[in-house]
Design a protein around this ligand. Structure first.
Ligand SMILES: Nc1nc2c(ncn2[C@@H]2O[C@H](COP(=O)(O)OP(=O)(O)OP(=O)(O)O)[C@@H](O)[C@H]2O)c(=O)[nH]1
Length: 497
């Protein structure tokens, strides 16, 4: 019992160790590959995807700006414009026609000329207004007039076109003696850039927006900017970006990371000198990591299934071996019958059942007669052969439920379940006679053997030892009575042959 408990503990320990080994191994490899995937996705976002988007948007903007800059440059050098101003801006119709031609021919959104002498703002439909230093919307003109550079790119709302956000190319115009005459140029709607931003946002699930040097959002896609932010909002009002803005103080180019509602965002910021703006390309890792996480869960599920299957197989195999070992430990190797150990287990149970069910149980103790002589005459091998044959004869004579055991040497025990004294006696006699009539051929000689049998019926207060001890007394008397006979113990009216 102790041995069984011990081996059960050992089995549990082995299974536990296997679970730990397999589980930790699988877990470690799954987590390592999960981390590696995360790292490679993050690397690809930060080092490839976002910079690439930023490059594309930037080159698109540059492409869109080159043509209007060229047109504005030509307008500033146009002799008609300069001559017309120098001649006193007499025929407004002429300037209007000129501006209309430029706008129409080059497909510009708007075209303009502001005269420095009269401060008149001309555009393709005629005179728009007089520019004034006091008017905040006209600040641009006075800035252009004072700047050193020949032109500037200014993003502003266009008064002449329902205040649409427009990129203006403001070129300075000089006379032939290099005296300042005014500013001219074309305006370009930023619709094209917005369309591009929308396209990128839709296709690559990333947010693209422009921020000025003070951290104010100046241009977003058609819908809205990051986390629903609108043009005009400062970064310091937007969740997540607020903390980044506080850390950096002012926008600056580079790669950044920030968190917003538990989501990790990657940010690529690039300064666009032509606009004096920063281009923000922003992507959160949510959707991307979802698939990696799903793969991790699938991996872990597969690992769990493999671990469970391995454990079931190992457990089954261990049990099979255990049963085999127990069988071997409880069986006699020569005859295959239960040995003393095996008998103790089976007999204990049989006695308990008989007592519980109030059924009779009889023990027979059998001993081969003059077996030493047989061994001495024909050899040990002949003795073994007789023992095997005798065991088989016993098996053949008994029911499946009866218990047969090789008690040791040439001594055997039989427990007859649910059998009374009289029937047991008859059966013992039958066995005795059959054995005596059996022949066991060995090397041309027909060996034979007789058996003495002691018989005892179980009493209600019997232990296995006391029952066997009475059977042993019966056997002793059988031997004393000349062998090859059955003796019942205690002696009763059935005992006498
Ligand atoms: N061949 C063989 N002989 C065995 C085995 N086990 C015990 N023996 C022999 O069985 C013999 C038993 O001899 P004894 O106990 O003197 O009894 P016996 O010769 O049968 O005489 P009685 O029992 O008095 O009739 C011994 O010689 C043992 O060596 C076995 O597995 N194989």
């Amino acid at each position: 019992m102790l041995l069984k408990e011990h081996s059960k503990n050992g089995q549990q320990l082995l299974v536990l160790m296997l679970v730990l080994l397999l589980g930790s191994g699988f877990l470690a490899t799954s987590l390592v590959s999960y981390q590696a995937s995360l790292k490679s996705i993050r690397n690809s976002i930060v080092n490839t995807e976002l910079p690439l988007t930023s490059d594309n948007v930037y080159s698109e903007i540059q492409k869109d700006l080159v043509r209007p800059i060229l047109i504005s440059s030509m307008m500033s050098r146009d002799t008609f414009v300069r001559d017309w101003v120098m001649k006193g801006e007499k025929d407004v119709e002429q300037m209007t026609r000129y501006l209309h031609e430029v706008q129409d021919h080059y497909g510009a959104f708007t075209s303009f000329f502001v005269s420095d002498r009269t401060l008149t703002y001309y555009q393709s439909k005629g005179v728009l207004k007089q520019v004034s230093r006091q008017e905040p919307r006209d600040v641009w003109y006075f800035r252009v007039r004072d700047m050193k550079e020949p032109y500037e790119i200014n993003v502003d709302v266009d008064l002449a076109n329902q205040d649409r956000l427009t990129i203006f190319i403001n070129y300075k115009v000089f006379d032939y003696e290099n005296r300042f005459l005014g500013a001219t140029g074309v305006g370009l709607a930023v619709d094209a850039v917005i369309k591009l931003i929308d396209d990128y946002q839709r296709r690559y699930d990333r947010s693209i927006y422009f921020v000025d040097t003070t951290g104010r959002i100046v241009l977003t896609g058609a819908q809205s900017g990051p986390m629903g932010a609108k043009v005009g909002q400062s970064l310091s009002e937007i969740p997540g970006l607020k903390e980044l803005q506080a850390k950096l103080k002012r926008p600056q180019s580079g790669k950044f990371e920030y968190h917003e509602q538990g989501r990790n965002h990657f940010l690529n910021v690039r300064y666009i000198p032509e606009l004096d703006w920063y281009l923000f390309v922003d992507k959160h890792e949510g959707g991307l990591l979802e698939s990696v996480r799903k793969t991790l869960y699938l991996n872990l599920l597969i690992c769990l299934i493999v671990t469970v299957v391995v454990l079931i197989l190992v457990n089954r195999q261990i049990r099979r071996y255990q049963t085999r070992i127990t069988d071997l430990a409880n069986a006699d190797s020569l005859t295959g019958l239960p040995n003393r150990r095996g008998f103790q287990l089976l007999a204990g149970q049989a006695l308990q059942e008989a007592r519980r069910d109030r059924k009779p149980l009889v023990a027979l103790l059998l001993d081969l007669d003059h077996f030493k002589m047989l061994n001495d005459t024909y050899g040990h091998q002949a003795g073994d052969l007789v023992l095997q044959g005798f065991s088989q004869n016993l098996r053949d004579s008994l029911r499946q439920s009866d218990i047969i055991c090789r008690w040791g040497g040439e001594e055997f025990i039989i427990l007859l379940k649910d059998t009374g004294n009289a029937n047991a006696r008859q059966l013992a006699e039958k066995i005795r006679k059959e054995i005596a009539s059996k022949r066991y051929p060995y090397k041309g000689v027909n060996l034979s053997v007789t058996t003495s049998i002691g018989l005892a019926e179980m009493h209600p207060d019997d232990s296995l030892d006391s029952l066997l001890s009475r059977a042993d007394k019966g056997l002793y008397r059988a031997k004393q009575s000349g062998r090859d006979c059955v003796c019942v113990e205690p002696t009763g009216n059935l005992d006498a042959l």
